[in-house]
Design a protein around this ligand. Structure first.
Ligand code: THU
Length: 160
């Protein structure tokens, strides 16, 4: 039998320890939560993407009475970016969430579907997308999306 291990390193920072760039990202994600349409879950999520060149674009979760129709903040921001800035690399994503009107104390991590979508964007652009997960009690930073979705299904598996 052979065995191998997959390791993910997470940096945990206080708000004061964030670089100005990371701070701008978390503030943008927090601000984006304000445009969430979440009358069903009352869970407002904001995502901010920093593009090469420095522009920050945002998205929020958009729900629907037919629940599966709704879209997470991450994919709202990701797909908007692909449609409006085709070919532009994404350097980082920040995510923040409000529950009952207050930002969560612990960071929230992207759901599996968003990880799959973000991973394909990361592979497609050929450079890492840093992940910044905001919580009032600490901010978690992961080097790239691939670290959040090891053993992924991707197009390599479909090649003959
Ligand atoms: N949600 C996000 O927008 N991003 C995540 O990473 C997790 C969940 C949304 C989906 C739904 O509108 C609400 O949060 C509750 O699951």
């Amino acid at each position: 039998m052979k065995e191998y291990k997959i390791c993910t390193s997470v940096s945990v920072k206080t708000a004061e320890e964030l670089s100005p760039q990371e701070q701008a990202m978390t503030e943008a994600a927090k601000g984006a939560a304000a445009s969430s349409y979440s009358p069903y879950s009352h869970f407002a999520v904001g995502a901010a993407l920093r593009l090469e060149g420095g522009e920050i674009v945002t998205g929020s979760n958009q729900e629907n009475a037919s629940y599966p129709v709704g879209c997470c903040a991450e994919r709202t921001a990701l797909h908007w970016t692909a449609a409006n800035h085709p070919g532009v690399r994404i350097e980082a994503i920040a995510i923040a969430a409000k529950n009952g009107g207050h930002f969560t104390s612990q960071p929230i991590a992207p759901c599996g579907m968003c990880r799959q979508a973000l991973l394909e964007a990361e592979r497609r652009q050929g450079s890492p997308i840093q992940v910044i997960l905001y919580g009032t009690e600490g901010i978690h930073i992961v080097r790239k999306i691939e670290d959040l979705l090891p053993l992924s299904f991707n197009q390599d598996a479909m090649s003959i």
